[in-house]
Write a protein that binds this ligand. Sequence first.
Ligand code: DP6
Length: 285
Amino acid sequence: MQATAIAQPNIALIKYWGKRDIERNLPAVGSISITLSDLFTEVSVELDEKLRADSLMINGVFDEQRLPRMQLCLDNVIGEQRVRARITSQSNFPIAAGLASSASSFAAATVAAAGAAGLSLKVDDLARVAGRASGSAARSFYGGIAELRNCDNTINLNALCNEHSWPLKVVVAITETGPKHTGSTEAMEISRNSSPFYSSWLEQQDGDLQIARTAIEQRDFAALAEIAEHNCLKMHSVMWASRPAIVFWNSVTLQCLQTVRRLQEDGHNVFFTIDAGPQVKAVCL
Ligand code: DP6
């Protein structure tokens, strides 16, 4: 009753920010992301009837703080009456620092948990279960560019283009290696409850998704660049106007944006995006 799985993080081009149902972790908006190839998280789940409690080891260190969320993820996959588990997780990049480690961790944990319990679930179902643990994790089940769509009571995932048909490169600038001050889940709730821009963020998202979908379909890099940067800055504006303000950027984050702007002025096909952390991702043609 042991299984190991590997998943890659994904970077949102059109962002998920806000929840419509906290209990089931349903996002308030759809999103579009690109899955990375070189960064990964490997999770092993060993179910052992002799264990009296679950344990979680991250990069060789027991982590009590992150254990409850991981336990919930396993409960969602296997059921609350499950056998206790030894969980180990290893990432080849900084975790909880705005590099989407929750996406790769919960995607890998979901697959490993299902494998350890001998469950054979379809990819879509695995993605939905992983999404209950972390919204962005649902998108990591698809390579290339994927879209998460909101439906009545659930989410639907689909691949918009695979990694071979439009092989974009993502350069990640790590501006800070420490953990971020506020987790996405908490920060989203602060924004929902206090940002004066939150409702317009929700209203405009479908339009942004449509523009991005068309740009991806037509492999129109310039159009994708324009809408992705706009959507990213809009999400951060929602955060900045929250009370308390949620500011993940540092001075190097801003310098990286200026560097990308200079590259664009010199005619390079590149755009930036930033998630809930200080790191800058430069997406290149
Ligand atoms: C800014 O998926 O980490 O990266 O569902 O609460 O775990 P939870 O949130 P999470 O949020 C990701 C936020 C984002 C944008 C995105 O990836 O779409």
